[in-house]
Every structure is written in structure tokens, then in C-alpha cells.
Design a protein around this ligand. Structure first.
Ligand code: PMP
Ligand code: GLN
Length: 387
């Protein structure tokens, strides 16, 4: 393994899911639902396979049906904020959001460019910045004692920008803290990006999983459309993480750049699933609100249960993760805690330290996923209360 990647090793998600399997534990580690998405969307994939749609290389930018559906989705949910994309020139289908992140960074960074990312950050950000030859500059979201949430210090963000900063890699709703950036924060991020002439890659894969407040796409803020790459994923929105269908919306110039990288990574993404996701995106509003309401109930079940088990809980406004502080349990090392948890309680979780450069900042925090059936969450809570 070369020096760029040496520090990354095996992703924590693979490690912890393997641990869950080996020990027969309840897996609240890796974020994937234990119930598949809508039957009719699965049927749409089967139909596409049978009808021979997408069984050979689909078009590089994605099948026209899916590009049109992505553009229609952006307009349906964010049109009132002025968001509109041309399906032919401003949408690119990718192999999940993961490829969208990689291709965007590979396309937009010069070696040595600095990238600002909110810390704790999703693990592929650091690896992809490294593969692109960039330097990551973390800006740490801090837990606030008063209201049990994490917040962004805009002064820290401002101070992190240097003459070498090329882009900000944003994520809202934010994995793993569940923070949803609000209008004031996004307004200031947009202002800074314009003032310092920065590009922004914004990972909005949890856009529909917002329980309090509202998801606002950064691209809808003044001056941002031309400098923002927005990323979405069918894995999160339709509970098909195994299909690996994601998308990018951006200006024609930025889409062209990201496509240049994508064509040499995967060339294209799996054909039949693209047709099925096109149908999924057109599901009625009740699907989207149903998904959110279901996850809100699960959030409350897990967050309340973890609090009753003695964890300090940061109740997430969005995503399907809840971050906890284990110090009230007399623990301080999240890694050690998570490695021992299968044996002690038959539950797997993720140590947030893996999402930090400043390991000391992340040490006592542990993330649990609640995209699981209620009876599974209840069983996990019962086990954790017996700790
Ligand atoms: N971004 C974030 C913040 C994520 O949590 C994830 C993973 N679930 C991804 C990107 C990757 O999404 P995908 O599975 O579509 O590649
Ligand atoms: N995004 C998911 C999580 O944060 C996992 C994705 C993966 O395993 N790469 O848990």
C-alpha cells in the first residue's frame, strides 16, 4: 500500500460489521437499514432486468430516465428555493455517493490543495482527499453541554481558510453527529466561499432524514450554484444501500469535470438499478414523509433507551445515527468500549474517534445507528441497560 493510503487500512464499517457477524451481535454500527426499500421499486429493478434495460453499458452520465428523475426531484423539493438543474448537462449518475465524493475530489483538486472538512467526518473523505493529493484541514464540530447537540464555530471555519484552500467538503445532515446546518450557518458558509473564491462539495445524502428543522441545499444560497457540487444517494433515501446508485448535480462545467474522473473510475453505474431508482424518485410525498416519520420514532426509541442506559445522548436532528458520550458510564475510550461491547452486551457500535484527526477530541464518543426494526432497537436497548 502506498504512502497516501497507508494510514487508512480497513474501514471501520467493514471491521465492525465483521465483528457483529462473528459474535452474533446486534449491528448498530454500519449504517444500513435492516428492512429493504419499497417493493414496487424492487419490482421496477426486476422489470428492467427482464426487459433488457441497462444490462449492457448504460450511457456514461447515467440513463436519461434517471437524470430526468434527479432533476425533477431537486425541483420538486427545492424549486421554491430556486434550485433547478438541466438533466442533460447538470446531472451525473454515480456508483453511490462514495464514487461521487471520490470523483469530485479527484476532478477538482490540484496536488497540495487544502480541503476543509467538518470533523468528525465520514471516513471516505480523508482517504479520497489523500488519493487526490490534497491536504485535509478539519474544522471540529463541538458538543454543546446546554442543548445536547453539536455545533459549528463559524469563526473557526473562517480561520481555517488559507491561500491554499481550494474547497470546502460539507455534509449536512451530518454523519455521525446528526447536526443539520441551519440557514444562518449555510448563509455564512456561502458568503465565505464566495469571498474566498472556494468550491464546495456538499454531501446531502441524508437530505430526507430530517426530524427537526429543515434541510436547505447549499446550492440554493446566493452565489453558490456555480461553485457547488451537490451529492445525493438512493442508498439512504430509498433504503437500497447495496444498489450503489448516487448522483451529482452541479453546473455543466463542474459536471463535466466530475464526469472526466468518473469515466475512468467505474465508467458507468449498474444499469437496471438506475431505471428502478428513476421510478423511486417519483414516489409520492407520502413515501418521503413516511420514511422520515418512521425514523423519527426509531430515533426516539434508541435515544431515550441509550439515555436510560446511562449514556449522554446527542439527540440528532437528522441522519440515522445517534452519537453518545460514554463518560457517564465510567468509560473514556470509545475504541476499547466498542471492541468490548459485543462480549459485554451483544451490541456493535462505532467509535467516533475514527472520524477525527484530533483523536483526543473524539475519544469518548460512540455512534449507534437506528435504521433498524423497532424490535431490534428495543432488544439492543434492553441489553445495554443491563451493562
Ligand atoms: N456520505 C455519507 C455522509 C455517508 O454516511 C455515506 C454512507 N452511508 C455515504 C456518503 C456513501 O453513500 P453511498 O452508499 O451512496 O455510497
Ligand atoms: N455510511 C455508512 C455509515 O456511516 C456506511 C457506509 C460504508 O460502510 N461505507 O455507517
Amino acid at each position: 500500500l502506498n504512502r497516501r493510503l497507508a494510514e487508512f487500512g480497513t474501514t471501520i464499517f467493514a471491521e465492525m460489521s465483521a465483528l457483529a457477524l462473528r459474535t452474533g451481535s446486534i449491528n448498530l454500527g454500519q449504517g444500513f437499514p435492516d428492512t429493504d426499500g419499497p417493493e414496487e421499486v424492487r419490482e421496477a429493478a426486476v422489470r428492467a432486468l427482464r426487459d433488457g434495460r441497462g444490462n449492457q453499458y448504460p450511457p456514461g452520465p447515467g440513463v436519461p430516465e434517471l437524470r430526468a428523475a434527479v432533476a425533477a426531484h431537486q425541483h420538486r423539493f427545492y424549486g421554491h428555493l430556486g434550485v433547478a438543474y438541466d438533466p442533460d448537462t447538470e446531472v451525473l449518475v454515480t456508483a453511490g455517493a462514495t464514487e461521487a465524493i471520490a470523483a469530485s475530489l479527484l476532478a477538482l483538486l490540484e496536488p497540495g490543495d487544502e480541503v476543509i472538512a467538518l470533523e468528525p467526518y465520514y471516513d471516505s473523505y480523508a482517504a479520497c482527499i489523500a488519493m487526490a493529493g490534497g491536504t485535509r484541514v478539519p474544522v471540529t464540530l463541538r458538543p454543546s453541554a446546554e442543548d445536547g447537540t453539536y455545533s459549528l464555530d463559524l469563526d473557526e471555519l473562517r480561520d481555517a481558510i488559507t491561500d491554499r484552500t481550494r474547497l470546502i467538503l460539507l455534509n449536512t445532515p451530518h454523519n455521525p453527529t446528526g447536526t443539520v446546518l441551519d440557514r444562518a450557518e449555510l448563509t455564512e458558509i456561502a458568503r465565505l466561499a464566495c469571498e474566498r473564491d472556494l468550491l464546495v462539495i456538499t454531501d446531502e445524502v441524508y437530505e430526507h432524514l430530517v426530524f427537526e428543522g429543515e434541510h436547505l441545499p447549499l446550492a440554493s444560497f446566493p452565489g453558490m450554484r456555480e461553485r457547488t457540487v451537490t451529492i445525493g444517494s438512493a442508498g439512504k433515501t430509498f433504503s437500497f444501500t447495496g444498489w450503489k446508485v448516487g448522483w451529482v448535480t452541479a453546473s455543466p462545467e463542474m459536471i463535466g469535470a466530475v464526469r472526466s474522473a468518473k469515466q475512468f473510475l467505474t465508467y458507468v453505474s449498474a444499469g437496471p438499478f438506475q431505471y428502478a431508482v428513476a421510478e423511486a424518485l417519483a414516489l409520492p410525498d407520502s413515501y418521503y414523509t413516511g420514511l422520515r416519520d418512521d425514523l423519527r420514532t426509531k430515533r426516539d426509541l434508541l435515544a431515550d433507551g441509550l439515555a436510560a442506559a446511562g449514556f449522554r445522548v446527542f439527540r440528532p436532528s437528522g441522519t440515522y445515527f445517534v452519537t453518545t458520550d460514554i463518560r457517564p458510564l465510567g468509560e473514556e475510550d470509545g475504541f476499547a468500549f466498542c471492541r468490548a461491547l459485543p462480549e459485554r452486551a451483544g451490541v456493535v457500535a462505532i467509535p467516533n474517534a475514527v472520524f477525527y484527526d484530533h483523536q483526543d477530541q473524539g475519544a469518548p464518543y460512540v455512534r449507534f445507528a437506528f435504521c433498524k426494526q423497532e424490535k431490534v432497537l428495543q432488544e439492543a436497548v434492553d441489553r445495554l441497560r443491563a451493562l
